[in-house]
Design a protein around this ligand. Structure first.
Ligand code: DGL
Length: 275
């Protein structure tokens, strides 16, 4: 039993889809969430900038005495080198490994699609993980840079004509490749899973990395004796104004379910070098 909170971060509010899943599988945990709303998006930035931002996000969560950190961001999970996370004082995970494992299990024909931000797709990280799990897998990838702004601006819902038109354009080559499994490689994308599912058709299984990682988190915390069984709760922090947070959080999590919200100065945080 460890009552310290779980730390979760994302470049913005897409990571709240992972918080939704964490609260479902671990209702007794307290979650501290940081959304870097002042610097979103990360996905179009350079590798060095993404690493610098991610280290500051981690430093902030460590200042909150968290027992575990989850990068609920496909972009950070693809880029942050394992050696950095290996030196942290608490367990750390991204959202890639659990998603890749779930996709490898779901595919019957060994043809998997991956969509994500430009940085995630450029990193080739999903292909490497999938090939390690299924050496003869065919992987088809596509960066979908307009999905994040569409989600952040509320262009949600299966019938949304703009999101549907853009999804048709982005997903056409992956659909033609005949995949039976598609990884939603950015934590914003589960919010438009209904549109993506409609475009891809009923024979394609969609993998939500936040959901898969929430399940893996439960297993990890249990194995290390770190589970809490309290009343549960959440504290949210953002790097831009908190205005509108509650309504966005409601839309992203289904229900916001309470929790304090505060703005922090993320530039004040630096990751201390670990020996
Ligand atoms: N939520 C981030 C991810 O999973 C995408 C947003 C961004 O580009 O910052 O990749």
């Amino acid at each position: 039993m460890d009552k310290r909170p779980i730390g979760v971060f994302d470049s913005g509010l897409g990571g709240l889809t992972a918080v939704r899943e964490l609260r479902r599988v671990l209702p007794g945990e307290t979650i501290v969430y940081f959304g870097d709303t002042g610097r979103v998006p990360y996905g179009s930035r350079s590798r060095d900038t993404i690493i610098q931002y991610a280290k500051q996000d981690i430093a902030f969560l460590l200042s909150q005495n968290v027992k575990y950190i989850m990068a609920a961001c496909g972009t950070v999970s693809s880029i942050l080198p394992a050696e950095v996370s290996g030196r942290l004082p608490v367990p750390y995970t991204g959202v890639l490994e659990a998603a890749a494992r779930a996709a490898a299990k779901a595919t019957c024909i060994r043809r998997i699609g991956v969509i994500g931000t430009a940085a995630t797709i450029r990193s080739g990280s999903y292909e490497r993980l999938l090939r390690a799990l299924l050496p003869d897998v065919q992987v088809y990838t596509r960066a979908c840079p307009m999905f994040v702004p569409l989600v952040e601006n509320g262009y949600l819902g299966a019938g949304n004509p703009i999101t549907t038109a853009i999804a048709e354009e982005y997903l056409a080559p992956i659909r033609s490749a005949g995949v039976d499994t598609l990884i939603l490689g950015c934590t914003h994308y589960p919010l438009i899973a209904d549109v993506i599912g409609k475009v891809m058709g009923p024979g394609v299984t969609l993998i939500d990395p936040g959901r898969e990682t929430a399940d893996a988190t439960r297993t990890l915390l249990a194995a290390r004796g770190l589970l809490a069984e309290g009343a549960g709760g959440a504290r949210y922090y953002v790097s831009d104004s908190i205005e509108g947070f509650t309504s966005t959080a409601n839309a992203f999590m289904g229900r916001y379910a309470g929790g304090t919200v505060a703005q922090i100065a993320i530039d004040d945080y630096e990751l201390e070098p670990q020996e």
